[in-house]
Design a protein around this ligand. Sequence first.
Ligand code: C2E
Ligand code: CA
Ligand code: CA
Length: 710
Amino acid sequence: MQTTPRGRAPSRCGLPRSRRWGRAVVVSTAALLTTGGLAWALGAGRQLFPDDRVGWGFAVLTLLVAAELALADGRSRTGGSSAGSALAFSVLLVHGWLPAVVVVLVIAGLVAAVRPRYRGEALWHGAVGVHGVGAAALLLALFGTTPSVEQPWQPTDWGVGALPQLFLAGCAYIAVSRALPCLAEEGRSGVGRVLTRFTWSRQLIVALALLGTAPLTAVVAEAAPGLLPLFAVPLIAVDTTFRMAMARAEDQLLDPLTGLPNRGWLLSRTTEALDEAAAEQRKAALILIDLDSFRTVNDTLGHLTGDRLLLLIADRVRARLPAGAQLTRLGGDEFAVLLPHTGSATAAQRTARELIGALDAPLELDGLSLLVEASAGVAVYPEHAPEAEGLLRRADVAMYLAKRDRTGVEVYEASRDGNTPDRLALLGDLRRALDDGEVELHYQPKVRFDGAVAGLEALVRWQHPERGRVAPDEFIAIAEASGLMPRLTEYVLETALHQVAAWRAAGLTVPVAVNVSPRDVLSPGFAGDVAARLARHRVPPDALQLEITEHVMLEDPRHAADTLAALAGHGVRMSLDDFGTGYSSLVHLRRLPVSELKIDRSFVARLVVDAEDAEIVRCTIDLAHSLKLLVVAEGVEDDETWERLRDLGCDAVQGWLVSAAMPAPETTAWLRARRTSSPEARAAGGRPPAPCAPPGPTAGTLPVRRASVR
Ligand code: C2E
Ligand code: CA
Ligand code: CA
């Protein structure tokens, strides 16, 4: 898995990745210049440091600055020491480049010796310092100023004319020591990258302030060299304050638990990555990872264990990151991964799969073996959003779908997002249509093989004034994503119960099934609300059936199970819809208080042409019967399918072969024509009890009376 086209990625400065050599070049040229310079100086008998009181004063000052730097908290040493630079610069002004380079080397050497872990960093800052000294010395030389230990440039000689060269030399020093890290930015990733941008201006001010004190140091060196070590106080104070501010800025970008960058960092870095991607016409991607039912871990094992588990998870995922990718924690059990370069949405999806695959093996914690699953959403720049926040939001939408459908990973698709402007407009229209009663219910019969009507399924129909008929799948998805679903279900329940009451009053006692979405089942008080509605319409609970899907068990299984048990307690029967499409699990089948199972029409449609689908249908029917459930096949469109289903022992069918969904008046006429409406009539016909009765050994092989339902 490799989503990063190597060798093409830019650095923070917008330079191509080939500049990864920058760091090596800077260090090696500094080493060359230093050894060459020192060899020449020693050969020419030049003195490296003044061995008078001034020299000793500078030596003590150098040691103090180096000691403070070596003992400082390593994390906040990013950017090197401005105090060291100021000191080297003041030495340069008075005694020239040779002792200034010695100061730089002593500081770098001491830090490297005391803190071996930061040897590389110390070496790097030493190299940058050498280049800074070189640049400033060259600038002074342009003005004809070449101080040395033997012939110092004393402040008493400076005069007003010296100000421009002092100023320009300081600027040259700063420019070089700030530009070089930029060239070699390559080595830096994570928080440091964004942090550098956050603190760049601050660093510049500090550098200017400290370099401004350099001439003063020179003045004191000439007038009272014994006081030189006192300069350690302001130099170190400014440096420390800066580093503390830097550490604070760093904390604001870090998640305290995992130490990973946080949301603020992610947005900032993503913005940067998108700019780079735009400049190079490349793709970038965000992957949002959310752990499934992590709340259960917290609830059962406690938050401390939950926290430790998060650390283990972060480590696992981090170990699988492709080159250039960055893991961040957004909070709770949510992580995000930025892929600054990705070949395509498919490549990003592969990466996402690989990342959540990191959690396939159980995590060991306190002797427990814990299996944590995760869902991931992928959004790709530029196709899904032009900016960081939008990209994150879309990755979130995709993640939600992955979680809901139990697919593991989903790539964002505008057509499945309830938030595009067009969908928002449709949502507003739907809300109005519900308020104005413009949404209708049609009813589709479920019939048994003897022709008896087992029930009706209520299906919503919406005729949009401008768009024409909108497919239920389309507007239901919008309602589900927006929170309008409870309102829609309330409308459907109310309309259906009103109709059932009317049919009952007219002597037609046919049960009606209403589809409910997982959101409904999870909304508080749903069971009580259904019971109250039944009572208000004086409809017995067994005249209503609720069609649920297995998705109901995904989000909050405990709450869903409670609601379903309460509904069953009220006497409402439930049917498991679309069986075979979702996350079909025998555990759900056994636990859900359903009395009926509906085989999804995708299997039914191919029943006669596909042996595998036929086998699935056969097994499903046998399984359902062994659990004492009734089986209804959806989407029966032809005689052959009808016959196969009958032979397989299916209990009832629903489909265009029997009838499409009809408006209420037509349904009334259809029911009357069937003359199968009242229990009395059924009893008179000698037919078995209605198939939707509570679980019992209901026969699945009923005498065929197909002609009566055609
Ligand atoms: P569903 O619950 O699986 O409903 C059956 C769908 O299959 C209906 O589509 C129905 O018109 C269609 N159908 C029936 N017989 C045949 C057939 O022989 N062949 C084919 N190809 N299709 C057939 P519809 O009405 O478009 O509804 C689509 C989905 O929208 C439903 O699938 C259901 O999930 C949802 N839905 C419909 N009404 C409601 C409602 O009131 N509330 C909720 N929550 N969802 C609803
Ligand atoms: Ca249904
Ligand atoms: Ca269905």
